[in-house]
Design a protein around this ligand. Structure first.
Ligand SMILES: O=P(O)(O)OC[C@H]1O[C@H](OP(=O)(O)OP(=O)(O)O)[C@H](O)[C@@H]1O
Ligand code: HPA
Length: 178
């Protein structure tokens, strides 16, 4: 599977070290107030697992699933809720946990949707962001890494449902696409 990678962009050690830093900043930001971690399925599963374990204390967790991508590698911009939160977020601090902000269309929609439910606050933590791919501006408080505008896989990110279990983030070799 690793042989399908052209280049490793971010190593396992770099990911874990950055998540530990972010977890500390997040914990300090909420200063003892409860916040709900909201993961966006499926890509954010690994970020959520490692970020929440790096927190110095506990935080509750919930999940949303939306469809925004087709079978290819471009966002359609059309977002549909496939699985909604189990929790009422009215009056609560919400921290959305994502694997990647690419065009920004998915998170822009999710944020607006969650903000319409009268939470106390909504913030975003993403492991990866592609500044050159942005189609909408997203106010994201915690970003792990800004990366070039290339399609990446690993650490939760897939190509046709493969490579999510790689411990690194990398680009795919051309032979995978042909
Ligand atoms: O900024 P955007 O261009 O909208 O892209 C980002 C979104 O795309 C990916 O999800 P995807 O729809 O591929 O689903 P998945 O998490 O199940 O892989 C990723 O997890 C983000 O949710
Ligand atoms: O670069 C990417 N890789 C995998 N999934 C994605 N979803 C948005 N951008 C990406």
């Amino acid at each position: 599977m690793g042989a399908d990678l052209e280049r490793v962009l971010i190593t396992e050690e770099e990911i874990q070290a950055r998540l530990a830093e972010l977890a500390r900043e997040i914990w300090d930001h909420y200063a003892g107030e409860e916040f709900l971690l909201v993961g966006v399925l499926k890509g954010a599963v690994l970020v959520m697992a490692d970020l929440m374990r790096a927190l110095p204390g506990s935080a509750p967790m919930d999940w949303m699933a939306v469809s925004s991508y087709g079978s290819g590698t471009k966002s359609s911009g059309v977002v549909r809720i496939l699985k909604d939160l189990d929790t009422d977020i009215t009056g609560r601090h919400v921290l959305i946990v994502e694997d990647i902000i690419d065009s920004g269309l998915t998170l822009s929609w999710i944020r607006a949707n969650l903000e319409s439910r009268q939470p106390k606050s909504v913030e975003i933590c993403t492991l990866l962001r592609k500044p050159e791919a942005a189609k909408v501006e997203i106010d994201c408080k915690w970003v792990g890494f800004d990366i070039p505008n290339d399609f990446v896989v690993g650490y939760g990110l897939d190509y046709a449902e493969k490579y999510r279990n790689l411990r690194v983030v990398g680009t795919l070799a051309p032979h995978v696409y042909s």
